[in-house]
Design a binder for this molecule. Sequence first.
Ligand SMILES: [Zn+2]
Ligand SMILES: [Zn+2]
Length: 346
Amino acid sequence: MIIAKARAVDGPDQQFRSAEIKRRDLDTNDVLIEIKYAGICHSDIHTAHGEWGPVNYPLVPGHEIAGIVTDVGTGVSNYKVGDRVGVGCMVDSCGECDNCRKGEEQYCLKGNIPTYAGVDKYGEPTQGGYSTHIVVVEDFIVRIPDNIALDAAAPLLCAGITTYSPLHHWGAGPGKKVAVVGMGGLGHMAVKIAHAMGAEVTVLSQSLSKKEDGLQFGADHYFATSEPETFEKLAGTFDLMINTVSANIDINAYFSLLTLDGTLVNVGAPAEPLAVNVFSLIGHRRSFAGSMIGGIRETQEMLDFCAEHDIAPNIEVISADQIDEAYKRVLASDVKYRFVIDISTM
Ligand SMILES: [Zn+2]
Ligand SMILES: [Zn+2]
């Protein structure tokens, strides 16, 4: 049994406290990782606050994990002590269903095992990356390229793959007009990645307050959605739109910005159902789609792509004592653009 230091919450309205959690002894294919950095994702906040259904507290969130291998099981072949590695939103899946065989473990037909707030195959609750150590089976670990710093690597494991996967799947690239809706943690990654893929990138944000940043990240155009003429000006423009906003927006207005055969992909998930006016889709054979993180193989591909194109998230590194404050600031959209916890402060 390995004892890790962690930060946990005991209920929806509770503050984080210091905790000790148990990590299992290494099974044959397990890897022990000393966590160096963990990103703060909006999903952590929803889950910690119990907004996505009942949670078994105490809960240790964190699914943007970057660290160093400190021990490996006897059957581990791909990793050795000292390797720089990452863990994202899931730590296991059935490995046998059609989707797992295709390398789309996030869509495992039996349900993937989430990094926290899940139950592992040993029947134990999973606990995430706001902790000093984690044990993960090697198939769910990715390698962090040498030219990506560990603190910057952490948010790629969720924000990076969540935006890379739909951009890649729907063919963002030269000659394609891509719109990114929202300029938060996900949106800023979508801009950088879509730009590196060669697409013409437009940001649609509530205001122009982050315009300079957006253009610096690689956006070609930047519009405020609070201005009604934006929707008139851009009608029928985009081949692909990535909606990173989880608030309930007027989705039909956004459909009107798609070109013939254009696709709007939601990666943010509003708590309430959206009112879709189907007329706005059938008129130009438009599609409305969803996408959830990415498979392990694709996550590695995304990391290698980011290394090759020198892409890293903009981060603010905080200490373990600042998690509650960081949550408040994320909810107030006061972060540029991702908080990352320095686990050495735990
Ligand atoms: Zn996340
Ligand atoms: Zn499966």
